[in-house]
Ligand binder design. Structure first.
Ligand code: HPA
Length: 244
């Protein structure tokens, strides 16, 4: 693997893990990205906090195109991202990790492609295997090497527009369509990475059962707390995956 990027939440993208680290900004055609670059055990890494430096950008307003184009310009060849998700599948429990292999796109107002016609052309990218199987296998091997992880190596990620949570009726519909997980950030990130020919996988951390399956109404605090509880384990999993 060449240069690897981690796109993740604030807790996960902790620049203190890196040595020779520098913080930087890059202007792209779509906007400016902020990132850290440094080394971890002789591997060159880029950390890009998806929600911005102070976790101030909600999922529907993230500049996905700037992020992926910026990483491409830096020479990134593989992206390992993290996502918090609700679960629709009784087997994928809070505290578990899942490596999605498919997605269902229910986003509404996002720029989903670099290929907008004109100079950029009209290109239809294959999505048979949206998530890189090699990178997913590496994460599975990392979890086995570390031990103590409940990691599911497949799952269908339903991406909603957010920032609100779903209604129980929506969740019932997603379940009928074959969804396992619901989150707000993986599309168009995964699609843009494929367009940019960057190997991409995401580790989804189950923070809750989805609306209507959970016995109580969902709160943002509940999701943030569950993420905080598991962020150390998630970080270990990412770092082990990079080592392998
Ligand atoms: N729905 C959407 N996004 C989420 C959820 C959820 O239940 N939990 C964490 N991110």
């Amino acid at each position: 693997m060449g240069l690897i990027a981690i796109i993740g939440g604030t807790g996960v993208c902790d620049p203190k893990i890196l040595s020779n680290v520098h913080e930087d900004y890059m202007d792209t055609f779509y906007g400016t990205i902020h990132y850290w670059q440094g080394t971890y055990k002789d591997k060159e890494l880029v950390f890009l906090p998806r929600h911005g430096r102070n976790h101030s950008i909600p999922p529907h307003l993230i500049n996905y195109r700037a992020n992926i184009l910026g990483l491409k310009r830096l020479g990134v060849t593989a992206i390992l991202s993290t996502t918090a998700v609700g679960s629709l599948n009784r087997d994928d429990k809070p505290g578990d990790f899942v490596l999605p292999d498919q997605f269902l796109d229910f986003t509404k107002c996002r720029h989903t492609s670099f290929f907008d016609g004109g100079e950029n052309g009209v290109v239809h990218v294959d999505m048979t295997e949206p998530y890189c199987p090699t990178l997913r296998r590496t994460v599975v091997a990392a979890a086995q090497a570390l031990g103590g992880y409940t990691l599911h190596d497949k799952g269908t990620y339903v991406c909603t527009e957010g920032p609100r949570f779903e209604t129980p009726a929506e969740i019932r519909m997603y379940e009928k369509l074959g969804g396992d997980l619901v989150g707000m950030t993986n599309v168009p990130e995964v699609c843009l990475a494929r367009e940019a020919e960057i190997c991409y996988a995401t580790i989804s951390m189950v923070t809750n059962f989805a609306a209507g399956i959970s016995p109580t109404p969902l709160t943002h605090e509940e999701v943030v707390e569950a993420m905080a509880e598991n962020s150390q384990r998630l970080q270990q999993l990412i770092l082990k995956s990079i080592e392998l």
